[in-house]
Write a protein that binds this ligand. Structure first.
Ligand code: IPM
Ligand code: MN
Length: 371
């Protein structure tokens, strides 16, 4: 398959983790004879420094001219500390989601057996956790009207949803549940919020079209606790933009490291794949950022284009790295590997999947994994 992939590596550790995802995709292209080309474009603080805008027009054009987008990370503390700044890096990502109408964000939360001891939960509670979060991404409070009074003493952010905005993501969440354990949990705050009541009405009335899916309705405060107490009770979670931001970040803590969480942001026409972690500024260029979230996002990209054998090749290589304890310091304090060496190992393994004997010392030395 021929795929043009826009690469928006962004800020902080974004470029180094994205480089490893590109390496994995290059390995897939080589092993499975595909033609993947990569087209870099600026976004975030890096783009502000070079062009004045967090999302230059050229970047939007590159994204629209490609088949899909690989995204790194965004954010720079220099902007966080200046409340008066008019432009900030996050606008790059938010505006891109809106511009490309990437209305749903899918975040798998999978606890790997190899990482059970890294989870803050007791192994017996964490084991087997496999949740798929559907977070609405282009509406709600993130995109409502907002403002601050002239005296600076009051501010507001409006939250709006239409039934249509809820239905389009809900259909996909129902379909995903049908292919899994057939359970859909709508997480909302419908005991207080009008928009949440609309989510409930809409999802309840849609549920008649999906009689095989059990719908569970849960307030977000209750869900926040249940994700920690009994994560295995969830299958597919469907929720609004802000709630999904919080809930998915909370869930990411269960898996042992936020650095391994991947995501897909999808719309009718465009698609974008990114690790859920941020730009992790203090780690920039230290080779300590975990590239697995970015690499698994590349696997989600392949799955999106129905290249499931290829996606599985990446997932298999990632699992192998975990099995051999070849991981970055967030998961392995004793003998960590660098961001780049993890990427090298995974790319090598994709091209040599039958390998059973590993010379682990060679991997640490940055030499071939093949004895
Ligand atoms: C995320 C991030 C973004 C969000 C920020 C960077 C705007 O936290 O993708 O979860 O809140 O959506
Ligand atoms: Mn977030």
């Amino acid at each position: 398959m021929k795929l043009k992939i826009a690469v928006l590596s962004g800020d902080g550790v974004g470029p180094e983790v994205t480089e490893q995802a590109v390496k994995a995709l290059d390995a897939v292209a080589e092993y499975f004879s595909h033609d993947f080309s990569f087209h870099e474009a600026l976004v975030g603080a890096t783009a502000i420094h070079k062009t004045g805008s967090p999302l230059p027009k050229k970047t939007i054009d590159t994204c629209k001219n490609c088949d899909t987008i690989l995204f790194g990370a965004i954010g720079d503390p220099a902007f966080d500390n200046d409340p008066n700044t008019k432009v900030y890096p996050e606008q790059g990502l938010l505006n891109l989601r809106k511009e490309l109408e990437l209305f749903e964000n899918i975040r798998p939360v999978i606890v790997y057996n190899y990482l059970l001891n890294n989870s803050p939960l007791k192994p017996e509670n964490a084991r087997g956790t496999n949740i798929l979060i559907y977070r609405e991404l282009t509406a709600g409070i993130f995109f409502g009207s907002k403002g601050t009074s002239d005296d600076g003493l009051s501010a507001f952010d409006a939250c709006t949803y239409t039934a249509e905005e809820i239905e389009r993501i809900a259909h996909n969440a129902f379909k995903a549940a049908q292919g899994r354990k057939k359970k859909l949990t709508l997480v909302d705050k419908s005991n207080v919020l009008e928009t949440s009541r609309l989510w409930r009405r809409t999802v309840i009335s849609m549920s008649k079209q999906y009689p095989d899916v059990t719908v569970e309705l849960m307030y977000v405060d209750q869900a926040a606790a249940k994700i920690i107490l009994n994560p295995k009770s969830f299958d597919v979670i469907l929720t609004a933009n802000l709630i999904g931001d919080f809930i998915s970040e909370e869930a990411s803590a269960l898996v042992g490291s936020k650095g391994i969480m991947a995501s897909a942001s999808l719309g009718e026409k465009y698609s974008l794949f990114e690790p859920i972690h941020g730009s992790y500024p203090v780690a920039t260029n230290k080779g300590i950022a975990n590239p697995i979230g970015a690499i698994l996002s590349a696997a989600m990209l392949l799955d999106h284009f129905d290249l499931s054998t290829e996606a599985n090749a990446i997932k298999g290589a990632v699992t192998k790295a975990m099995e051999l304890n070849l991981t970055t310091p967030d998961l392995n304090k004793q003998k960590p590997l660098s961001t780049e060496k993890i990427g090298d190992f995974i790319a090598d393994y994709i091209c040599n999947p039958d390998l059973t004997n590993f010379n682990i010392e060679n991997i640490y030395l940055g030499q071939s994994t093949i004895i």
